[in-house]
Write a protein that binds this ligand. Sequence first.
Ligand code: ZN
Length: 243
Amino acid sequence: MLLIDPGVLGDEMAALADDLSDSGQPVVAGFSTHPHWDHLLWHARLGAAPRYGTARCAATARDRLADARAKARIAELMPPDIAGQVPLDLLGLITGLPAEMTQIPWDGPQVRIIEHQAHAPGHAALLIEERGVLVAGDMLSDVLIPMLDLNDTADPIEDYLAALRLLEGVAGDVDVLIPGHGSIGGADQVHARIDQDRAYVHALRDAHVPSDPRVGPSAKDGWDWVADVHARQLERLKGLTQP
Ligand SMILES: [Zn+2]
């Protein structure tokens, strides 16, 4: 098995480890789509397979975790109802894959690494070509708006639009879309979500109110905080674009 962004709670990762060991298929590789804490976790019972990410993802994780207080700060950022249930000891132990490596190095089906600069440094989606499956990390969600990387890039809007164009380039090969948060989508959802995300980013760029079902009263249950993320992005972008 290749295990991508395995989970958050200790319990859920342990249950996954049980299911995988019952299936008789050991985890032979891991992959983190990007260097945010909820995508960098691992459980001892998942085993000691190499855990990969893009070179930039791994370097960013390493830099951010180098500080002795980093894990304590991450624990403080977590929603209080889960804070004690997330094992941080194996957080972020990622091996960076060289930029020219465009496939996961393993013996399973070919998995193409589609790196782009959008939500976080070194973010990558994975395309399992022979199965038509796109694992999108924190892109193309039906519950989260595009959350731009406002810290590590000179032009976060254009970077995000370029990433959407890159994903659009493979959309024709995708039958199943798996975002890191929200619902799995079929082939029809790929273009719909790309269009929805592009419209959101354009609205953000032009400081228009986005007519986006993920922001405001139409947000799905439990996702009302996305409106606050939108408000913060709007504020930050004003700061970035004003002379
Ligand atoms: Zn993220």
